[in-house]
Every structure is written in structure tokens, then in C-alpha cells.
Design a protein around this ligand. Structure first.
Ligand code: AMP
Length: 290
């Protein structure tokens, strides 16, 4: 008998078909075992990994998905250039003890029978990402709703790096009376402060250095917010941002739930949100103030 036979196999079950994942889950769910779910678009990094690890601690069964959702891209070139590293992704998920990963094609997700219930996202779909990426959040809620149908998780894990996305998903759960608990997880950063992102893989090394200015701008805003009003903080922070080599799309200081812009007064847990381009790559980040 070789030593290898005693080694624990690190494995994650990979499913390409929705029905096969559902059969697997049927067989696994006994004695009310809980399911934790992490939807991703792949090109996984330690930020995604932190969501999987948290789900592992809090659930009996952990399921991830890798699906580059076409309906949430309003820019075709962004969709085309989105990094895809499936083999590495599966290895990382196995290492993190994820039980199953669904890697479906578009037809598996947007079947002829699939109907997204009508939902009004109100202001959340009008500001920031909603304003600059028309249709983006309708794409996000459709795909997350569909994945919730397929996996029926008890808890679903999302990163606060996409702050507005978490707010939108929470609103969807509330409005459609879904049973899922939404777990929001902190943003993982590189040592430089740059928020980890799949899109960082598209940066040249000098763009990556430039991109550090995004988090520096947020840290600067956090300092200024201690002594200045939102309007003053915004003016100072915009001036600070201008010192870098990036192109700003927006910088907003908003209410943590309604995402309404703040003017004269801070509220507890106000959020600073930023989107900027390093070269052609669009990067998003945010920080909680006070
Ligand atoms: P994506 O693959 O970009 O759709 O991301 C999948 C999930 O991982 C989303 O809920 C993201 O908010 C989350 N995520 C992405 N980057 C990070 C990060 N640096 N730290 C924590 N979570 C993240």
C-alpha cells in the first residue's frame, strides 16, 4: 500500500450542469445541514478566498459559482477582456475546502423558463454604479436570484468591496421575501492598500503602482472626514486625487443604506465610494468613515 493512499484528497466537486449540482446537494442535505454560497466571476484571489473561508466556518456545505455574467456588463470589451483562470480557481477552491463549484454556460443560467420577478431598486439603481453602468444591477439581481433558485443557500457571501452591490442584494432579498441571509465581508487589500480585484490582473506594473492612489485617496478622505463636513471633505479629496495618474469616474460620500449623497453632516458609518481608471482598467473601492 503506498503512502499516497493515506493522504487526504483535497477535492472540490466541479459541476457544469445545474441539474448535476442539484442532485449532489439533494444527496448532501440531511438533518437540516446548512448551505453557504459564494457567487463569483472567477479569476479568484485571496479576497474571494476570504468569503469561502467564512462560509466554511459557518455552514455544513459550501458551494461557489464561477460565471462571468454577460447581463451585468454594459461594456462589451470589459466582458471580453475579463480574466478567466478556471483551473487555478478550482485549485484554490479545493485548498479552501469548498465542497462544490458550479461553472455553468449561459444557457444553463438564462433558460427559456427563467423569469426574473419585477423589482424596483429605486435610488440604488440611479446613483454611482447605477448611473455609470446602466442595466448593471438588473443583471446582478437576475443572476443572483437565479443562483439562489438553483442552490437555495441558507447564507450567501458578498464582499463589501462592491458596497452598492451588497445594498442592492439586501434590497432584493427584502423586496422579494427571500429566505437567504446576506453576509457582507470586509475588503481584502494588498500590502500597498490596493483592493484585491480580478481586474488587477489586467494592470501593467506601472498602472498597478498608480492604482494604489485609489486607496490612498480613500484613506486621506477618512482622515479629512474627522474634521470637515462631507462637502469640504469631497473638495479636499478631489484635490488630493488629482495628484495621482488616474482618471476619476466618481467620488461620492454617501449614506450607508440609502446611498444618498451627504452634504453638511456625516451620519454613522458614512461611506466614501470611488471609481477610477488606471489605463483602460476600471477599478472600484470604498471605505467606511468615522
Ligand atoms: P466577483 O468575482 O468580482 O464578482 O466577486 C465575487 C465576490 O467577491 C463579490 O461579492 C465581491 O464583492 C467579492 N470580492 C471581490 N474582491 C474582494 C476583496 N478584495 N475583498 C473581499 N471580497 C471581494
Amino acid at each position: 500500500m503506498s503512502v499516497c493512499q493515506f493522504k487526504k484528497q483535497i477535492q472540490v466537486q466541479v459541476f457544469r450542469k445545474v441539474s448535476e449540482l442539484q442532485n449532489f446537494l439533494q444527496a448532501q442535505i440531511q438533518d437540516s445541514r446548512s448551505i453557504g454560497f459564494i457567487p463569483t466571476m472567477g479569476a479568484l484571489h485571496a479576497g474571494h478566498g476570504s468569503l469561502v473561508s467564512k462560509a466554511r466556518m459557518e455552514n455544513d456545505i459550501v458551494v461557489a459559482s464561477i460565471f462571468v455574467n454577460p447581463t451585468q456588463f454594459n461594456n462589451p470589451s470589459d466582458l471580453e477582456k475579463y480574466p478567466r483562470t478556471i483551473e487555478k480557481d478550482v485549485q484554490l477552491l479545493a485548498k479552501l475546502n469548498c465542497d462544490a463549484v458550479l461553472i455553468p454556460d449561459v444557457e444553463q443560467i438564462y433558460t427559456k423558463n427563467f423569469v426574473m420577478p419585477p423589482i424596483d431598486l429605486g435610488n440604488l439603481d440611479q446613483v454611482m454604479e447605477g448611473a455609470f453602468r446602466p442595466g448593471h444591477f438588473m443583471g446582478v439581481v437576475s443572476v443572483v436570484y437565479r443562483f439562489f433558485q438553483i442552490v437555495d443557500p441558507d447564507r450567501a457571501y458578498f464582499g463589501l468591496k462592491d458596497y452598492q452591490q451588497v445594498a442592492v442584494i439586501r434590497l432584493m432579498v427584502q423586496k422579494l421575501h427571500l429566505r437567504q441571509i446576506i453576509v457582507a465581508c470586509p475588503t481584502l487589500r494588498e500590502e500597498s492598500g490596493l483592493a484585491m480585484s480580478s481586474r488587477n490582473a489586467r494592470l501593467t506594473s506601472s498602472e498597478k503602482q498608480d492604482a494604489v492612489h485609489i486607496s490612498q485617496t480613500l484613506f486621506y478622505a477618512a482622515e479629512q472626514s474627522k474634521i470637515h463636513s462631507p462637502v469640504e471633505t469631497k473638495a479636499l479629496t478631489l484635490a488630493f486625487f488629482e495628484k495621482g495618474n488616474l482618471r476619476l469616474e466618481y467620488l461620492e460620500f454617501v449614506h450607508p443604506v440609502t446611498l444618498e449623497p451627504l452634504r453638511d453632516k456625516w451620519v454613522p458609518e458614512s461611506i466614501a465610494c470611488i471609481v477610477a481608471y488606471a489605463g483602460e482598467v476600471r477599478l472600484i473601492d470604498n471605505i467606511q468613515l468615522n
